[in-house]
Design a protein around this ligand. Structure first.
Ligand SMILES: *Cc1c(COP(=O)(O)O)cnc(C)c1O
Length: 391
């Protein structure tokens, strides 16, 4: 093949990408085909909870693949039940449903909320989400997202989504009506730049939803599975959502997502929901390996400590270089730049040799850090050293 070995070819182009073709990875490091080495603070977009190609995931995949890849979603398999049990034990929820991506998990949550509204709330179907939120890229998830750039795309999108100002209870109240089935919130908005909703707002929202009989859905696709220092972010606010979606970290890099719900919301009728890969035992086996590692109290304690260390190092760098500080929760953090040159910094950091640095700039004036949850202090020091060279 003529195009063999070249990055450009028959793959549909959906976004500009750097030329490097990545070949292998280990922990916090990833290598391209030219043999260049990079320190990775993107980690598959906050996906590789245990870093690149961890032994526990490689072994879980090999073991399960040799045993049973899938019997079909119409039959039981043991790993899916074990993972559901594990997630229910570790959370406030009663049942789980598995999917392959975050957007799909959110679709499931929209459907469950609409089913609930239809059965128990006189046909209520509207879902209130928030400005600048990101919930995925299916048509309904794009309709739910409060991302400005999505607004004109692919109209008409799914109707029934209303967007409140993030953190503003009065705006939620303004939009709520007897048609409201649910409110959906990212407790920390990730794609819009690591912006926390705050415990006060979250508690007010919970109380309001309780009073009005509205379901509260947490999108923890980015914040869940230890990313913010507790297994799930909702634990930090003294409240319990009715429905929660998780993705990214739960698969440690493989396509796995879940929707968890309290018993009273589990109202799907047969035929409402399904999917060829739902509860796929190969992915479930990986999910079990990830949850076993991350849910350990000493693992989460370490995420909190390392998160504070990253925060302190970013703050010091910010002061030294005249930037505008940092924010975040656990190992989901952002450095606020004193200019709009985030993309340029990301590019320069990647080009550094002999060690490049992979970063993300979700907004022009912001760098986001989402390392493996297993990142070490030494790796953070190394990252700060590389970052200093380009900011
Ligand atoms: C990444 C993300 C999604 C979408 O997940 P996909 O797996 O890309 O479909 C949804 N919500 C949040 C908060 C996310 O960070």
């Amino acid at each position: 093949m003529e195009s063999e070995g070249k990055p450009l070819g028959r793959l549909m182009s959906i976004t500009p990408k750097p030329d490097a073709v990545f070949e292998c990875g280990e922990g916090s490091y990833i290598f391209d085909e030219e043999g260049n080495r990079y320190l990775d603070f993107v980690q598959g977009w906050a996906v590789n909870a245990l870093g690149h190609s961890p032994v526990v995931i490689a072994e879980a995949l090999a073991r399960q693949a040799a045993k049973l890849i899938t019997p079909s979603p119409a039959f039981h398999n043991r790993p899916s039940h074990q993972l559901a049990e594990r997630l229910v034990q570790a959370s406030c929820f009663d049942e789980a449903f598995f999917l392959s991506s975050g957007a799909e998990a959110n679709e499931g949550a929209f459907k469950l909320a609409r089913r609930y509204g239809q059965k128990f709330k006189n046909g209520a179907y509207e879902i209130i989400t928030f400005e600048n939120s990101f919930h995925g890229r299916t048509l309904s998830a794009m309709a739910a997202s409060g991302k400005e750039a999505f607004k004109p795309l692919f109209e008409p999108k799914t109707p029934g989504f209303l967007h409140a100002r993030f953190g503003e209870m009065d705006d939620v109240k303004r939009l709520a009506s007897e048609k409201t089935a649910a409110v959906m919130l990212e407790p920390v908005q990730g794609e819009s730049g690591v912006v926390a909703a705050g415990s006060d707002f979250i508690r007010e929202l919970r109380a309001f939803c309780d009073d009005e009989g509205i379901l509260l859905i947490f999108d923890e696709i980015q914040t869940g599975i230890g990313r913010t220092g507790t297994l799930f972010n909702y634990e930090q606010h003294g409240i319990e959502p009715d429905i929660m979606t998780i993705g990214k970290g739960i698969g440690g890099g493989v396509p796995l997502a879940a929707m968890l719900a309290k018993q009273r919301c589990c109202c799907f009728e047969y035929g409402d929901q399904g999917g060829t890969y739902t509860g796929n035992p190969l992915m479930a086996a990986v999910g079990l390996a990830v949850v076993d590692a991350v849910a350990a109290p000493e693992f989460l304690q370490n995420v909190r400590e390392i998160g504070e260390y990253l925060s302190a190092r970013l703050n010091r760098l910010s002061k030294g270089k005249g930037h505008l500080g940092e924010r975040g929760s656990g190992l989901l953090r952002a450095l606020i730049l004193n200019g709009e040159n985030g993309a340029d910094i990301v590019h320069k950091a990647m080009e550094l040799r002999p060690l490049g640095l992979l970063l993300n700039s979700p907004r022009p004036n912001l760098l986001r850090f989402m390392p493996a949850l297993t990142v070490t202090r030494e790796e953070i020091d190394e990252m700060i050293g590389l970052l200093s060279a380009v900011v």
